[in-house]
Design a binder for this molecule. Structure first.
Ligand code: PNS
Length: 160
């Protein structure tokens, strides 16, 4: 189990994501944080911006790499020679959808395992949607996003 993939939209990366990345980097030899580039979705931040923000957040982690992917996660995992997908699990509402995705991915590739890491309690309420909502209406997001990307997010929201 050399490489684990931590996939997501990261629109934008939050303190919850950062916490999972930090803990994963201590458990797995190599972590690839990969941004879904979905042409059918309209994210607030471009793929390039989301990758840039993640790179700022993981700059001090030598075993964490940032990448992006299109298409099926199982195909991407194969391309990266990874047999493990990592997902963060929050106590409110994540379970059903994550379970469905894990089973779908296993049906598509029985060799690929999905592992779940429970979020740290103090970050369990945070989501990218909450960050965008609070920032759009002028609220303080300093507790919600890593300090490295705070200005990046504020600037983007002002320009929306
Ligand atoms: O941060 P998100 O939006 O919850 O991440 C969802 C993500 C990117 C992990 C998921 O949408 C995904 O894996 N998409 C790739 C397409 C795919 O493989 N779909 C089949 C599994 S349902």
């Amino acid at each position: 189990m050399d490489v684990v993939i931590y996939p997501g939209s990261f629109d934008p990366v939050t303190n919850g994501h950062r916490d999972i990345i930090d803990r994963a980097s201590k458990v797995f030899p190599k972590v690839i944080v990969s941004v879904l580039d979905n042409p059918r979705k309209a994210p607030m931040f471009t793929r390039e911006e989301r990758v840039e923000m993640l790179k700022l957040v993981v700059k001090d982690y030598p075993n964490v790499e940032v990448d992006s992917f299109q298409g099926l996660l199982v195909d991407y995992a194969k391309k990266k020679n990874s047999k493990v997908i990592l997902k963060g699990l929050r106590p409110m509402g994540d379970f059903e959808f994550e379970f469905q995705m894990a089973i779908t991915n296993r049906q598509l590739d029985p060799e690929l395992e999905t592992l779940f890491m429970a979020t740290t309690n103090r970050y369990s309420y945070i989501s990218s949607s909450v960050v965008k909502e609070v920032a759009l209406f002028g609220g303080d997001i300093s507790e919600l996003v890593p300090p490295e990307i705070y200005e990046f997010v504020k600037k983007k929201i002002v320009n929306v």
